[in-house]
Design a protein. Sequence first.
Length: 94
Amino acid sequence: MKFSGKEIFQLEKIAKGLANHQRIKILSLLENKEEMSLGEIADEFKKDYKTIAEHLRRLVLAGLVHKRREGLLVYFRLSPLGQKVLKILPEIFS
């Protein structure tokens, strides 16, 4: 299989997004939710907001998560690309 330059760049972004076990756990959590606020995600992992916000920022940059603002709150949900990636991951280990 030959990848175009654009595909290689996209694959690099995805790999960077998945390069931390906490980010993979966040993706897994969002898989079963329509969307969650930063606070809800931080509470779920019992981590401070700043740490979770950084993980989410990297997931958004990778295109795996979408965010939306509503007043002072920020909500996150899995993107279509994030859904595809989560479907593929189990196949790697089988």
